[in-house]
Ligand binder design. Structure first.
Ligand code: ADP
Ligand code: NA
Length: 329
């Protein structure tokens, strides 16, 4: 069986929120210890599938890099790089797009969702970006991919395309497997606990960013939507608001929800909100400080990405060359 290798990517969308951190980035850090070969990419090619601003994009790549490093991604243990600097992503994407049918892509939920929100009904790039994601993964002959449940169908596409290639041209790509995040339970919006915390949430107080100040964090938790019961319980089905706060508290403290509920006996939800805010502040403060320090050191950040690009290309180039030979290019 092939040597285990982890790949994951994140779009340069500015400062990540608590959902990104607890659902994805934190597990990226622990995977560095569990796997010998780990690649993490800031996937900027995916960010131009929708209207975008070049200066914002350039800044966001560095901001995301700073955030990943501040969260604990260690460039000595994993390869951290910018997708567009490794041209084989787009090149392999083209080859794989020729093995993928239109109906297969049309049925992906993200296309249905995102294309409806674009005036032009979505670019061709937005339509085929899942194939670019497939290429991102297969370019490194990755065996394991950390995914949230929102990405499960894209990993299935990756497995299908890998099998199609292997059937058509010969056994070459390992079939990558999903690594489900330990915090697979979605972190919910603080303003509407029925939807997940998301960067695209227009409600101002719904999302906690890694760089929020302690005052901002307190205000957001103070305003978090719960129900009219004042007791703290953990019941995600019937009491999604307070349960989301307990889930966040659990994720940042490492204590089980039941234990936190026991500790909070006698507290009103209004008081408990401040307890959670303090736990989040304690957890995020070193990260926030490190993000600020790193954002001021652009030279260091570009240096990390340049070294990552070299390391990524060392893996990618021979894989891509082999694919070309197999395809007859
Ligand atoms: P957003 O939903 O804010 O647009 P992305 O789709 O860019 O975030 O997701 C980046 C990563 O963060 C993915 O691995 C995704 O599963 C994870 N993620 C995003 N939102 C949440 C959330 N609310 N709870 C847990 N994980 C999340
Ligand atoms: Na998403």
């Amino acid at each position: 069986s092939p040597a285990p290798r982890v790949f994951s990517g994140i779009q340069p969308t500015g400062i990540p929120h608590l959902g990104n951190y607890l659902g994805a980035l934190r597990s990226w850090v622990s995977l560095q210890e569990e796997f010998g070969s780990v690649l993490y990419s800031v996937v900027d090619l995916h960010s131009i599938t929708v209207p975008q601003d070049p200066d914002t994009l350039r800044r966001s790549v560095l901001d995301m890099t700073a955030c990943l490093l501040a969260c604990g991604v260690n460039p000595d243990k994993s390869c951290l790089f910018q997708q567009s600097q490794v041209p084989e992503h787009a090149e392999l994407g083209w080859i794989l797009s020729c093995l993928t049918s239109m109906p297969r892509l049309r049925h992906l939920p993200q296309w249905k969702m995102k294309s409806q929100s674009q005036k032009n009904e979505g670019s061709v790039g937005l339509f085929i970006y899942p194939v670019l994601q497939v290429a991102d993964i297969l370019l490194y002959q990755s065996t394991h991919v950390p995914v949230g449940d929102d990405q499960a169908q894209h990993l299935e596409l990756t497995q299908d395309v890998a099998r199609t290639f292997n059937n058509q041209y010969g056994e070459f790509f390992p079939i990558p497997r999903a690594l489900m995040s330990k915090c697979a339970k979605k972190i919910r919006s603080l303003r509407d606990p029925l939807v997940k915390m998301s960067k695209s949430d227009p409600q101002k107080l719904a999302t906690v960013r890694l760089t929020d100040t302690p005052d901002e964090i307190v205000m957001k938790f103070r305003k978090a939507v719960t129900d009219c019961t004042s007791e703290v319980t953990y019941d995600p089905e019937r009491r999604p608001g307070i349960s989301n706060l307990v889930a966040i508290h659990s994720a940042v403290s490492g204590l089980a929800p039941e234990e936190l509920v026991r500790q909070s006996r006698g507290l009103e939800t209004a008081q408990y909100k401040l307890v959670v805010a303090e736990a989040v502040i304690a957890h995020l403060t070193p990260i926030r400080e490190e993000v600020h320090r790193l954002r001021g050191d652009t030279g260091f950040l570009t240096g990390v990405l340049t070294r990552g690009t070299h390391a990524a290309r060392e893996v990618a180039t021979p894989v891509y060359d082999a694919v070309c030979r197999m395809v007859g290019l």
